[in-house]
Design a protein around this ligand. Structure first.
Ligand SMILES: N[C@@H](CCC(=O)N[C@@H](CS)C(=O)NCC(=O)O)C(=O)O
Length: 200
């Protein structure tokens, strides 16, 4: 991967920040193009040519190849690095967390953050299941992180990057990380590893 790619992303989107953090951590050069995901910029004919799903993030190489889905982009960027365990079972465990993130964590926590914090919806307007399911996801993380420093054993992997993205700003969605001390400590640990300042 010698050619710098362009990352189309939104600074307010954890999904967009995931591949940015991986590229920064691994010293991979790229160009960031800010996209507003709330005003239809991802639905223009030009953007749909890059990602027909109409979502950020998407990366584009100088030769025109494009890749979407935050976790797929991270996997591509981090292949062969220490962020992807060499051991097959540990690697599969990393995938287990990443698939779970997209099905059970992001659709509850990120969606509540977007609606409450960015779109200004009141608690009464929000589906109560988002809070219940989001807290269930945080409890699932707490169970693991009370036992291990990182989600897969004792070192940072893409599973941590995927899951910290929205967990670190979960308070914006009305979640209280004070109820999850191991998660809170892990967020600080991963932010340190990625060189991020604590959110808010
Ligand atoms: N599963 C996708 C989700 C991407 C996604 O939901 N992107 C949102 C921002 S976080 C977006 O671009 N929304 C604009 C739209 O749907 O029009 C990923 O992980 O990349």
């Amino acid at each position: 991967m010698s050619d710098a790619f362009t990352l189309y992303g939104s600074s307010s989107s954890g999904n967009s920040l995931k591949p940015k953090w991986v590229a920064d951590k691994l010293g991979i050069p790229f160009r960031w193009v800010e996209v507003n995901t709330f005003n239809g910029e991802t639905r223009t004919p030009e953007f749909l040519k890059l990602n027909p799903a109409g979502q950020a993030p998407v990366i584009v190489y100088p030769d025109g190849r494009a890749l979407a889905q935050s976790n797929a982009i991270m996997l591509h960027l981090a292949e062969g690095s220490a962020l992807v365990p060499r051991d097959a079972f540990a690697r599969a465990k990393m995938f287990e967390w990443m698939f779970w993130e997209q099905y059970s964590h992001e659709p509850t926590i990120a969606v509540r953050i977007a609606r409450k914090h960015y779109l200004g919806m009141s608690d009464a307007e929000l589906d109560p299941a988002l809070l219940t399911k989001g807290n269930a996801a945080l409890a699932r993380l707490e169970l693991q992180l009370a036992q291990t420093s990182y989600l897969v054993g004792q070192g940072l992997t893409l599973a941590d990057v995927a899951l910290v993205a929205y967990t670190r700003v979960a308070h914006r969605g009305g979640f209280d990380l004070g109820q999850y001390p191991a998660v809170k400590a892990w967020v600080a640990r991963v932010e340190g590893d990625l060189g991020l300042k604590p959110a808010d």
